[in-house]
Each structure stands twice: as structure tokens, then as C-alpha cells.
Design a protein around this ligand. Structure first.
Ligand SMILES: Nc1ncnc2c1ncn2[C@@H]1O[C@H](COP(=O)(O)OP(=O)(O)OP(=O)(O)O)[C@@H](O)[C@H]1O
Ligand SMILES: [Mg+2]
Length: 164
């Protein structure tokens, strides 16, 4: 073989390694990116929440809840469909404009009562506010009429300038 052919073969085979490495890196990169696709597909299979809005005739009046009477009737709550009952057949009535304090040790279920009011978990039994069963209306119709100040604050970190 003459020198020029040997030179050509060597330079070509050196650049070939680079191309193979690039190919490997691209295929690994694609596999990484596909994780996002996998997640999106998984989210499309999540069970749907109940209706956010209901038809006009089932909607509560615009001024609901005008009084604020709350009735818990055999209300049970669990956080997962097969989980244990966290609230077990709770019955109580709160008069309009009555101010109520709920007392109990950690894990007793105080916050879960709030979760029940907002329909954030699996409920059995009924909760009525001013005579309307809250499961009969849309989630947005219900939630936009209630307010909550949660015990765990949502904090955001704001970068501070030096010296402030
Ligand atoms: N998101 C959740 N998923 C599963 N279990 C939960 C969830 N939130 C609360 N629990 C369980 O439900 C029970 C009641 O909890 P809850 O937060 O209602 O208690 P609490 O009375 O508000 O307590 P604390 O005084 O600490 O605020 C506890 O056993 C808790 O572990
Ligand atoms: Mg709590």
C-alpha cells in the first residue's frame, strides 16, 4: 500500500469513532427525553375528579351560602379508596354565624374535616351547607364559596439583596 492510502484510512477511521460516540450520546439523550412522554401518558390515565361545574338548574343560588349552617351527617372520610377511615361517621350541626373551635391531639382528624368540606378526599355520608348537599354541586361551585387559612403556610423564597 502506498503512504497516501494508509493516511486516508487512518484519518477516516479516527473520525468514525467520533461519529459513533455522537450516535450513542444522541440515542441516550432520546431515551432521557422520552421520560417526559412517559409521564404525560401516565397523567392521561389518572382517574378524573368529579365535575367542576354542574348544569344551571342544579347550581346553588348565587348568594349561597347566605346563612352558613353546616350539617355533617354520618360523614366518613378516607384518603385512598382502600385506605382506613380517618373520620368515622361524624355527626354534628353548626348554626349560622356560630364560631366553632375543634380540639384534638395531633392526627385526630381536625384538618381532615376541612379537607372534607372542600371535597379533597373520598367521602361517605353527607355534608350540607345551608341545606345543599355539597356533593350534588360542582367542585368549583363549592370551593369558590369557601375560604381557608391553612396551618402549613406556603412559603416562597425571595432572593434578598445583600445588606437588606
Ligand atoms: N394526605 C393524607 N394522606 C393520607 N393520610 C393522611 C393525609 N392527611 C392526613 N392523613 C392522616 O389522617 C389522620 C388525621 O390527620 P389530620 O391532619 O386531619 O390531623 P389533625 O387533627 O389536623 O392533626 P394536627 O393537629 O397535627 O394538625 C392522621 O392519621 C394522618 O396521618
Ligand atoms: Mg391539622
Amino acid at each position: 500500500m502506498d503512504g497516501s492510502n494508509v493516511g486516508l484510512a487512518i484519518t477516516q477511521s479516527i473520525s468514525l469513532t467520533g461519529i459513533f460516540q455522537w450516535g450513542m450520546r444522541q440515542s441516550a439523550e432520546m431515551e432521557n427525553q422520552m421520560t417526559s412522554v412517559e409521564r404525560v401518558l401516565e397523567y392521561t390515565k389518572l382517574p378524573q375528579e368529579s365535575a367542576l361545574r354542574v348544569s344551571q338548574e342544579k347550581k346553588p343560588p348565587a348568594d349561597w351560602p347566605a346563612e352558613g349552617a353546616i350539617d355533617f351527617d354520618n360523614l366518613s372520610l378516607r384518603y385512598s379508596p382502600e385506605g382506613n377511615l380517618v373520620l368515622n361517621k361524624l355527626n354534628f350541626h353548626i348554626e349560622p354565624q356560630e364560631k366553632i373551635g375543634i380540639v384534638g391531639r395531633t392526627g385526630a382528624g381536625k384538618s381532615s374535616i376541612i379537607q372534607a368540606l372542600f371535597r379533597l378526599a373520598y367521602l361517605e355520608g353527607t355534608i350540607s351547607i345551608d341545606g345543599i348537599d355539597i356533593t350534588s354541586i360542582g367542585l368549583h361551585d363549592l370551593r369558590e364559596k369557601l375560604s381557608i387559612i391553612p396551618q402549613v403556610t406556603i412559603t416562597t423564597t425571595v432572593p434578598r439583596e445583600r445588606g437588606l
